[in-house]
Design a protein around this ligand. Structure first.
Ligand SMILES: Cc1cc2nc3c(=O)[nH]c(=O)nc-3n(C[C@H](O)[C@H](O)[C@H](O)COP(=O)(O)O)c2cc1C
Length: 186
């Protein structure tokens, strides 16, 4: 198996991070991988907000959990009420990926950028977790106050986020893969 295939195989969501900040050069390479993702008609309809301020990361977590506690979505409420849960798993870096609201492919293009960043992270020894949850807060009335502080550009909508940091302990192999999702017709 070549290196790239091995990195793709080895990447698993990290939910336990060391508090140490990631190296600037690693962050730069990860962001670079994001912006080199494919996008429909090469519109690159994304914006990346890198948050490395612990106070802001924790306030986002707090507000997300308060929001989740009041949700009528049982799944979300369970996380809101779990004292040990942190929406970013206390990672020292969070990248919020927002997308141009006028571009119908934004969620797909932003997902491609996220996946590139996760794989780049793995190749550099940086653990990562794709975070969809925070979108519930940031696209709600309760989350509006954060948009300015996060400098999300006008006309952009929060879509995905990525937690990044060095892995704490050895990661488990993570969820197995279904085997019936491929059909071959020759
Ligand atoms: C669109 C999307 C949103 C996700 N949101 C979250 C999230 O909010 N929190 C979380 O812990 N994991 C989240 N994940 C990670 C998945 O749970 C994880 O990728 C899946 O269980 C497979 O495990 P693996 O990444 O270890 O292979 C998300 C993944 C995707 C693709």
């Amino acid at each position: 198996m070549n290196e790239i295939l091995k990195v793709i195989r080895d990447r698993r969501s990290t939910r336990n991070f060391l508090p140490d900040q990631i190296k600037e050069s690693d962050l730069k390479n990860i962001l670079d991988a994001g912006i080199y993702a494919p996008s429909a008609t090469n519109k690159q309809p994304w914006h990346f907000t890198v948050v490395q301020n612990k106070d802001l990361i924790d306030r986002l977590n707090y507000s997300f959990k308060e929001f989740a506690k009041k949700s009528d979505n049982d799944y979300l409420r369970k996380f809101g009420n779990n004292e040990n849960f942190h929406v970013f798993y206390n990672s020292p870096t969070v990248i919020l990926v927002s997308g141009d609201e006028t571009n119908r492919y934004s969620p797909i293009d932003c997902a491609a950028a996220v996946e590139n960043m996760l794989i780049a992270g793995e190749s550099l020894g940086v653990g990562s977790c794709w975070i969809g949850f925070i979108e519930y807060l940031l696209n709600s009335e309760e989350g509006k106050g954060f948009l300015k502080e996060l400098q999300i550009p006008e006309g952009f909508r929060q879509i995905h986020a990525v937690s990044l940091g060095y892995k704490k302990g050895t990661s488990t192999n993570g969820p197995s893969r279904k085997e019936n999702t491929i059909t071959y017709i020759k």
